[in-house]
Design a protein around this ligand. Structure first.
Ligand code: IMP
Ligand code: MG
Length: 174
C-alpha cells in the first residue's frame, strides 16, 4: 500500500456542485447545442456526470492528449493520442477536464481545438490547483479550487488506481 486516502470532498458535495455547474452551462447555452469534449481518461467521470445534468442538446465526444517536451518547457507540442470523432467547426465546444495543474497540456490542447474554428470554446474543470499553474489557462467553469495536494477519485488516478472512487480523496503519502 502506497498511501492512505482521506476524503477531501464528499460525494454529495461533488454532485451538488456538478448540478450547479450544469445549470449554469444550460443557462449560458439556452437555445443552442453543445459539443461536450471530455478529456480522457481523468475527465471521463466528471464529463458524464456533468452532461447528464445539462438540459440543452449535447453531443458527447472524447479526446486524449499528451504533451511533448522536457517538462519544463511550455512551448511544446500537443500529441493527440485519441482525436475527436466529431467535427468541432462551428460548434459550441465545452472542454471538460478533471483537474488543472500546471496547465501545460491543456493550454496546448485548447489552442489545437481553437484552430478547428469552433463557434465558441469554453473550458470546464472540476478541480483547479492554482498554486501549481505554470502556463496561463482561462477557465470558464470551475468546480472547486483546492490546495496543492495530490487527489484521486472521480476519474483521477494514482498509478491508474482509484479513478472509480465516488468522492475526491487526498493521498497521504507515508
Ligand atoms: P497539467 O495541468 O498539464 O499539468 O496536467 C493536468 C493533468 O495532470 C490532469 O488532467 C490530471 O490528469 C493530472 N493531474 C494533475 N494533478 C493531479 C492530481 O492531484 N491527481 C491526479 N491527477 C492529477
Ligand atoms: Mg487529465
Amino acid at each position: 500500500m502506497d498511501g492512505q486516502i482521506h476524503v477531501m470532498i464528499p460525494e454529495e458535495e461533488v454532485n451538488a456542485r456538478i448540478a450547479e455547474m450544469a445549470a449554469q452551462i444550460s443557462a449560458d447555452f439556452q437555445g443552442e447545442e453543445i459539443l461536450a469534449v471530455g478529456i480522457l481518461r481523468g475527465g471521463a467521470y466528471f464529463c458524464t456526470e456533468l452532461t447528464k445534468r445539462i438540459t440543452v442538446p449535447v453531443i458527447l465526444d472524447f479526446i486524449e492528449a499528451s504533451s511533448y517536451g522536457d517538462g519544463t518547457c511550455s512551448s511544446g507540442q500537443v500529441k493527440i493520442t485519441k482525436d475527436l470523432d466529431e467535427d468541432a467547426s462551428g460548434k459550441n465546444v465545452v472542454v471538460i477536464e478533471d483537474i488543472i495543474d500546471t496547465g501545460r497540456t491543456l493550454s496546448l490542447l485548447m489552442e489545437n481545438l481553437k484552430s478547428r474554428n469552433p463557434k465558441c470554446l469554453k473550458l470546464c474543470t472540476l478541480l483547479d490547483k492554482p498554486q501549481r499553474r505554470v502556463v496561463e489557462v482561462h477557465v470558464d467553469y470551475n468546480g472547486f479550487q483546492i490546495p496543492n495536494k495530490f487527489v484521486v477519485g472521480y476519474g483521477m488516478d494514482y498509478a491508474q488506481r482509484y479513478r472509480n472512487l465516488p468522492y475526491i480523496g487526498v493521498v497521504e503519502f507515508e
